[in-house]
Design a protein around this ligand. Structure first.
Ligand code: IPE
Ligand code: IPE
Ligand code: MG
Length: 218
């Protein structure tokens, strides 16, 4: 049995991949979707319960408008064309982050969550407009208002990751060694892997190797 409950991934390096191979950053974002599909398949095979993917940070709003627009058009297209398939595979989709996009995208995100909410095989937590500092401040505010005791358990209840176990593994591709405001509280005890490869070049084999390294010592 694979003891892994949760793998979280910072999918970094799309822009550099695009520039290197196609002379435009957006081509890397598109290519990165293929890696997502591969990693989902391996996660299912490995019986991992939660896969959290960092897709857009609260800081990513500082990027050029055209890149932001392209990223969200990719997301919209992905959901429209793949949600049926994800649903058939018994995958549950949950969005973590603040859903304050266009009414059209908000609706699509809500519908996608709704459609898959009873699925049980793999839960994909898509971190979208997500920032850990915002999440923590918000949680502390709510906890204070509730007048409950300030402790770990009560704080957890107000995080967007409520009901999601902490990740055993955090992976960041793209040869950058930082957390970029991702799950700061939740990764307190995770094993962290910084991968040199850019996200579109990250393979099933690379992913399996990391999983094996962690589960081997269990
Ligand atoms: C990560 O790749 C994907 C998103 C932030 C959406 P980047 O776009 O950060 O790629 P690099 O790091 O610039 O190569
Ligand atoms: C982190 O990547 C965010 C996502 C992968 C969505 P970035 O490439 O945006 O990270 P920083 O801001 O450069 O650290
Ligand atoms: Mg980056």
């Amino acid at each position: 049995m694979n003891p892994l409950n949760h793998v979280a991934i910072i999918m970094d390096g799309n822009g550099r991949w695009g520039l290197k191979y196609k002379k435009q950053r957006n081509a890397g974002h598109k290519e990165g979707l293929n890696t997502i599909e591969k990693i989902i398949k391996v996660s299912i095979k490995q019986k991992i319960k939660h896969l959290t993917l960092y897709a857009f940070s609260t800081e990513n709003w500082k990027r050029p408008k055209s890149e932001i627009k392209y990223l969200f058009s990719l997301l919209e297209n992905f959901l429209l064309t793949k949600i049926e398939d994800l649903n058939k595979q018994n995958i549950k989709l949950k969005i973590i982050g603040l859903k304050n996009f266009s009414p059209k995208l908000n609706k699509l995100l809500r519908q996608s969550e709704q459609k898959t909410k009873n699925n049980t095989k793999l839960q994909i937590n898509l971190a979208l407009n997500y920032g850990s500092k915002f999440e923590l401040i918000n949680a502390f505010k709510k906890l204070k208002k509730s007048k409950k005791k300030i402790n770990e358990k009560n704080l957890n209840d107000y995080l967007q990751t409520k009901d999601i176990p902490d990740p055993e593994i955090l992976i960041r591709t793209g040869n950058t060694k930082r957390l970029s405001n991702f799950l700061l509280w939740q990764v307190a005890y995770s094993e962290i892997f910084f991968e040199k490869k850019l996200w579109p070049d990250f393979t099933r084999k690379d992913y399996n190797k990391i999983i094996k390294m962690v589960t081997f010592n269990e």
